[in-house]
Design a binder for this molecule. Structure first.
Ligand code: SF4
Ligand code: SF4
Length: 124
């Protein structure tokens, strides 16, 4: 089961609005994790080793750092949840929605933590 209640990316992420398609990051990446899609850089997180070289070489700061990604993801998650909350018809249902979503997020958190534990065993 794959839970995707909220986005939780933590690898470099390209801000497509800022990317000017120079391909400098593509050339710099040591593991060929970056490709161009519809004229914009795209990082394959399964291949990326998080070396940060693409972040340094980008002339327009289009590639976000972990801290910036966290801020962006949190803001985006809250914005989308607020949209759903606005549909609730009463204070009671609003609070129920919040409580339920928090419960789901705790499950999501547990899945991530347990997956991390399992991944540690994969190290050679
Ligand atoms: S962080 Fe390093 S490995 Fe990951 S995409 Fe950028 S250059 Fe490639
Ligand atoms: S270096 Fe920056 S601007 Fe150039 S392709 Fe990569 S992300 Fe886009």
């Amino acid at each position: 089961m794959r839970i995707t209640l909220f986005r939780v990316d933590a690898m470099p992420l390209v801000n497509k609005k800022k990317c000017v398609s120079c391909k400098k990051c593509v050339k710099k990446c040591p593991v060929d994790a970056i490709s161009m899609k519809k004229g914009k850089a795209q990082i394959n997180n399964d291949i990326c080793i998080n070396c940060g070289k693409c972040i340094k070489v980008c002339p327009v700061k289009a590639i976000l750092r972990d801290r910036e990604i966290v801020e962006l993801e949190v803001a985006s998650n809250i914005k989308s949840f607020k949209k759903n909350l606005a549909k609730s018809k009463s204070k009671k249902s609003r609070n129920r929605m919040i409580k339920n979503r928090m419960r789901q997020m705790k499950v999501q958190d547990k899945v991530l933590r347990d997956t991390l534990k399992e991944m540690k065993h994969l190290k050679a």
